[in-house]
Design a protein around this ligand. Sequence first.
Ligand code: URA
Length: 189
Amino acid sequence: MDFEQLRQACTTCEKCGLCETRQHVVFGMGNPEAEVMFIGEGPGQNEDEQGLPFVGRSGKLLDQYLEAVDLYRDKNIFITNIVKCRPPQNRDPLPEEWDACLPWLREQFRIIRPRIIVCLGRIAAQRLIRPDFSVTKEHGQFFEKNGTWFMGTLHPAALLRNPRQKPDAFSDFVALREKIQQVCDHTYD
Ligand code: URA
């Protein structure tokens, strides 16, 4: 299956109950040849309405951090979420919803083959790095797993609630730029 076939299959997914309440599946956006992938938790209301990840206020803030280190969602990164459909009233996804959705993310990894995965927020970092990952203590550190580098940073929505953490997030993006320069081939071409 190629990337467009994967997108088609994902956007008609009915593997869990979230398909009954969603407006759109949020498959993800960006360059399928990107070496850097950003992964959030799951779509909120704006994302569900538009079918695109991180398009609300937190997405605007994310774009500012991205641009500061020459990353652009229509050019050299791919952005998606662990769960592709919005849970009603933004409740946390149920375990069976995570499990039903994870194969889509696995397939995205298989096709994109990112060198670096940035987890946006605790939920994504605990799912993809370690169940006891502490964003407060370990944000900005890189962990290698099977040839891919993982880093967890603060969720942009958390930065909107607590702007004092913005310098911490900024330093994570600076560390990301250095890592890209070390391990990526074409992100900054
Ligand atoms: N928060 C997320 O984790 N993902 C989105 O796509 C939007 C907000």
